[in-house]
Design a protein around this ligand. Structure first.
Ligand code: ZN
Length: 205
């Protein structure tokens, strides 16, 4: 059976960071999450993980959840099922090797879940995770004010999409500026930021 997660239940929120790891931003994100006692999920690219293995290890060591975001973020078309499978599998192998744990979560590049990708993820035992709210921390809408405004609306139940790498037109520097306010408000409102591994412990799946 295919599962796609877009929201979570309870007085909790899942922050998800895509396209990393990146040495200019991921350490700052980890520092901030740590100082608020928050956990998150990092949807990593296999090729970036190979370049910065120490960051993959730090993410894992600090109790965050690992997600598979393919090896190199391809723009996959409808018919490229085999390429999709290879992309997910290669990322999975890299992350497992570097972190010593098997990622359980998959997010397709650009949020485009083609039937081929969905099937490949399911076959690898991965749950596909989309989102209920996006910071839109990229492109022309990804201004400091715009990101801050959208993060003010993030609330319990959300799976929130953020980016911690400057890939293409991402603006992680603005995301980082807005992140402390979000974490402080969640703490104030009693909303726990948790990783997906905590949300769905293996025993309950
Ligand atoms: Zn991405």
């Amino acid at each position: 059976m295919m599962t796609t997660l877009r929201q979570i239940a309870g007085q909790r929120i899942c922050l998800t960071f895509d396209d990393g790891p990146h040495p200019d931003y991921t350490p700052s994100v980890l520092d901030l999450l740590g100082s608020y006692g928050c956990r998150a999920t990092f949807f990593l690219l296999g090729d970036s993980a190979l370049r910065y293995p120490h960051l993959v290890q730090r993410i894992s060591r600090e109790g965050h959840s690992l997600g598979n975001h393919t090896f190199s973020h391809p723009r996959l078309q409808y018919r490229q099922g085999e390429q999709g499978t290879a992309q997910i599998l290669r990322c999975q192998q890299v992350l497992e090797q570097l972190a010593g744990q098997r990622p359980r979560w998959f997010r397709p590049p650009y949020g485009r879940l083609t039937p081929g990708l969905a099937q490949a993820a399911t076959q690898l035992g991965l749950t596909t995770v989309l989102w209920s709210r996006s910071a839109i921390d990229w492109g022309p809408l990804g201004t400091q004010r715009g990101i801050a405004r959208r993060l003010r609306r993030a609330t319990a139940g959300d799976i929130l999409l953020l980016h911690d790498a400057p890939r293409r037109h991402n603006h992680p520097q603005y995301m980082l500026t807005a992140l402390p306010n979000l974490l402080a408000r969640l703490e104030h409102d009693g909303i726990a930021a948790i990783g997906l591994d905590e949300y769905a412990p293996l025993a309950s799946v």
